[in-house]
Write a protein that binds this ligand. Structure first.
Ligand code: T4K
Length: 373
């Protein structure tokens, strides 16, 4: 089996038609306005409000700062129950707010926070649950909302992967008190870099706007020690142009996922998550599979390395678990993280992106099948 001529990465950003972007660039040039709540950003903001069916939408330079500011603006402190199976930025946002992460295990089907294990971790210092719709799969929304309500905790979702996902026809950002979306270049939908918060309490809007703009109320008044986390006009332009393509992007990733499922679903030692419930619209942003070393005949790590020989660069999202990183090793883990450890050891995220041809997806499957024999 020939190796791919060019590297196949886990993802590639979608570049919208250059004419569409250039048309917008002309406007930016004419405006001579590049950042600080410019006209393109204001228009994009309105487009997103409509898309998210929410009045409470706030834009940021990236998802990490959006989440950091969300926690600060909501006054979250003490301890927060969260997942170790996510990108480091989730926990870093707690750290930057001097909040102690309390790592809780995940459930085995969709790898999201396991509500059955949350309650036993609540202490008098717990102020919030920070759950992640990892790979765009919605958390157990009802169970987490019930726990948060009974214990008077804020419920915050890291929805970095979940743009475009709906539950009962509601955009996913409408669940919980607040959700953060990442518009990083590697995401299904992007604004080069970017982040968005959607939230229930409209009173937070003003606070977030202060926090992302140095705390300025006007030219002479600074009402809080904010930072600089503003989205600029180029990002807003890219985001706005990309919105026109989001349905096609999702359709393509759905098709890619289907091919992987069809071709690899029956291979011994490779497993996929169960299909979503009928009330959920996925975005199929990622293609995570679990490798069972015994059945597949090769460990996840061996497969990951072997694929590189074919110029296929899959990723081990999310390995290691966050509590295993040097900077979080001192965080005590009071309950076993059995499922998270197992999933993190076995997960492999396969390439998916708009420009990945169906022939290439089939070829990746052929390589994996050959390696399994
Ligand atoms: N919460 C969660 C759950 C997240 O997953 C993330 C980000 C955040 C919070 C924070 O949001 P942001 O602050 O980023 O908005 C990537 C992304 O950089 C990161 O945004 C993302 N999660 C994470 C899951 O993936 P890396 O370290 O894997 O990126 P990198 O540079 O290795 O890119 C992956 C592949 O994409 C490369 O092998 C090649 C390809 N690529 C990448 C870029 C940037 C391109 O082809 N072109 C490009 O421009 O983290």
């Amino acid at each position: 089996m020939e190796k791919f001529e060019k590297p196949i990465y886990v993802t590639k950003p979608f570049m919208p038609p250059l004419e569409e972007f250039c048309e917008g660039l002309k406007e930016v040039w004419d405006n001579q306005w590049l950042t600080n709540n410019g006209p393109v950003l204001r228009r994009y903001h309105s487009e997103l409000k409509k898309y998210c069916a929410s009045d409470n939408v706030c834009l940021f330079s990236n998802g990490t700062l959006a989440l950091q500011i969300a926690l600060q603006g909501m006054g979250i402190s003490g301890e927060v129950i969260t997942t170790p199976f996510t990108f480091v930025a989730t926990t870093h946002s707690l750290y930057w707010n001097k909040i102690r992460p309390v790592f809780c295990d995940i459930e085995p089907d969709y790898y999201t926070l396991d509500p059955a294990k949350v309650e036993e971790l609540i202490t008098p210092w717990t102020t919030a649950i920070l759950a992640v719709h990892v790979f765009g799969r919605p958390c157990n929304l009802e169970a987490l909302a019930d726990i948060a309500k009974r214990h008077n905790l804020a419920l915050i979702y890291d929805a970095a992967h979940a743009f475009g996902v709906t539950v009962d026809d509601n955009p996913i950002g409408q669940y919980g008190d607040l959700s953060m979306f990442s518009f990083h270049a590697t995401k299904l939908y992007h604004s080069i870099e970017g982040g968005m918060l959607t939230f229930k309490d409209s009173g937070l809007c003003q606070t977030f706007n202060y926090l992302k703009n140095f705390g300025f109320k006007n030219e002479t008044e600074v009402v809080m020690p904010g930072t600089n986390a503003k989205m600029n006009e180029m990002q807003a332009l890219m985001g706005s142009v990309m919105l026109r393509h989001v349905d096609d992007l999702t359709a393509k990733r759905t098709r890619v996922y289907e091919i992987y499922r069809e071709r690899l679903g029956g291979v011994p030692g490779i497993s996929f998550s169960p299909d979503p419930e009928p009330n959920i619209e996925y975005n199929y942003a990622y293609v995570p599979v679990l490798i069972d070393e015994k059945e597949f005949g090769m460990s996840r790590d061996a497969l990951y390395e072997k694929l590189k020989e074919y110029n296929i660069f899959a990723r081990r999202y999310f390995y290691p678990l966050l509590n295993e990183f040097a900077c979080y090793q001192s965080v005590p883990v009071s309950k076993p993280l059995t499922v998270a450890e197992e999933v993190s050891r076995r997960v492999l995220t396969l390439p998916t992106y708009m420009d990945l041809g169906e022939d290439d997806v089939n070829r990746i499957c052929d390589v994996i099948k050959i390696l399994s024999e």
